[in-house]
Design a protein around this ligand. Structure first.
Ligand code: PLP
Length: 454
């Protein structure tokens, strides 16, 4: 007998703890049950079709149910369902995937270590950074600087790295050695009246330099940032920001770490966000789009200088996971990256679709509830405000976002809300007709939200 929605909700409510959830609230209503996906669409247990404007959790680049990825997984499962990459062993898929990623990363970042999640790869990055400075005879270089409102994951280290206090205080985090710097590089919200975007970019970068000097450059190991800040509010860097950050990191011998977990694998139009914004990090972390979310996979890429120190070290690099380089996971990711390339999603088709998406996004600027739209590639942010000219928000803050998210769901489109910012991040395979449908539903949801809020 097939379980009803209510049965599934009851089972879930009885036993399942969900990420980032106020549980007593969830248990009053019961979770939405998603049962099927195809292309850019999802279906729930009540048979409703929903267009997924968020590619799952920013990850389903190729859309749902791509048969080639199913076949890649099935073939790999039949041939070698598991083996590890410890004990001087590799597997064909892990070796070939490392090579393929190294071809896509900026020059020199060609040494790859695998994990299973973005948070895990960020933990790996932290350990590799600390290990590197120990090997270089600078063991005091341990502090890592990140940005206020950054999101870098939810493990102990990932949450410490993130600049979101609501993720930290309840767990007695952050750990020592992690510092967060404001202002968040988001001109719309933090730019001063009369300040140009370039001046703002310099102020944001200068704040990082000031923090390095305050901590002492001899103590600072790395600066980490998301090319476009994602989960903290979809914030695009002000013009020239990353170039300044790159200069400052070089000046003080601080490693530059680009967290590409959202921006990697075509999301911004290039393979990686750092390529879209024209800077070269020393270390990169990636996940999500690496496998289109079909299998849990993440990776860290380090440059030659870091790799030389680690490869030539006498000590064992005593770090790694049971599933580092899992053969089935790597087989799926390999085919996924090949398909992103073959379909031109980083390339001509990606450019055309992104331009169309950005045009439709910008067309929402005329909506009375919209204070600003912003985006790059297939990423879009929509700022909900009460007054467009003063940027005044509805009170309490975050309410407008929740109302809009509800209307989106009720109208068959998924947009995520963080505070009063709505996000769009559809699968890269979305067509122009589907983009039209997406924005028709978004506009309808904005109209209904505006009516409810007025
Ligand atoms: N880094 C960034 C920039 C992210 O956006 C995320 C997740 O959204 C992570 C790290 C953590 O990835 P995961 O949820 O796979 O641990």
């Amino acid at each position: 007998m097939t379980a009803t929605t209510k049965d599934l909700q009851n089972i879930d409510n009885a036993h399942h703890l969900h990420p980032f959830t106020v549980h007593h609230e969830l248990r009053e209503t019961g979770p939405r049950v998603i049962t099927r996906g195809e292309g850019v669409y999802l279906w729930d247990s009540e048979g409703n079709r929903i267009i997924d404007g968020m590619a799952g959790l920013w990850c389903v680049q190729l859309g749902y149910g791509e048969q080639e990825l199913v076949d890649a997984a099935a073939d790999a499962l039949k041939t070698l369902s598991y083996y590890n990459t410890f004990f001087q062993t590799t597997t064909p898929h892990a070796a070939r995937l490392a090579q393929l990623i190294a071809e896509k990363t900026p020059d020199g970042l060609d040494q790859i270590m695998f994990g299973s999640s973005g948070s895990e790869s960020n933990d790996t990055a932290i350990k590799l950074i600390w290990y590197y400075w120990n090997l270089k005879g600078k063991p005091e270089k341990k502090t890592i600087i990140s940005r206020e409102r950054a999101y870098h994951g939810s493990t102990v280290a990932g949450a410490s790295l993130s600049g979101l206090p609501f993720m930290q205080g309840i767990f007695d985090l952050p750990l020592p050695r992690f510092h967060h710097v404001g202002p968040t590089p988001h001109y719309y919200e933090y730019g001063n009246p009369g300040e140009t975007e370039k001046e703002f970019a310099l102020r944001c970068a200068k704040a990082v330099e000031d923090k390095i000097l305050e901590l002492g450059p001899e103590n600072v190991a790395a600066f980490v940032g998301e090319p476009v800040m994602g989960a903290g509010g979809l914030m695009l860097p002000p013009e020239g920001y990353w170039q300044e950050i790159e200069k400052i990191c070089k000046k003080y011998d601080v490693l530059l770490w680009s967290d590409e977990v959202i921006c990697g694998f075509g999301r911004t139009g290039e393979w990686f966000g750092c390529q879209a914004y024209g800077y070269t990090p020393d270390i990169m972390t990636m996940a999500k789009g690496i496998s289109s979310g079909y299998q849990p996979l993440s990776a860290v890429a380090i440059n030659r200088e870091m790799a030389d120190a680690i490869v030539n070290a006498d000590s064992e690099m005593a770090h790694g996971y049971t599933y580092s380089g899992h053969p089935v996971v790597c087989a799926v990711a390999l085919r996924n990256i090949e398909m992103i390339e073959e379909l031109g999603l980083v390339g001509a088709r990606g450019e055309e679709i992104s331009a169309y998406f950005q045009k439709k996004l910008a067309a929402l600027d005329d909506h009375p509830l919209v204070g600003q739209t912003r985006g790059i590639g297939l990423l879009g942010g929509i700022e909900l405000v009460k007054d467009k000219s003063t940027k005044e928000r509805y009170q309490p803050e975050g309410e407008a976002g929740l109302i809009c998210r509800r209307h989106c769901f009720e109208n068959g489109v998924i947009m995520r809300a963080v505070g009063d910012t709505m996000f769009l991040c559809p699968p890269l395979v979305i067509s122009k007709d589907e983009i039209d449908e997406l924005f028709d539903l978004v506009r309808k949801s904005l109209d209904l939200s505006h009516k409810e809020l007025s």
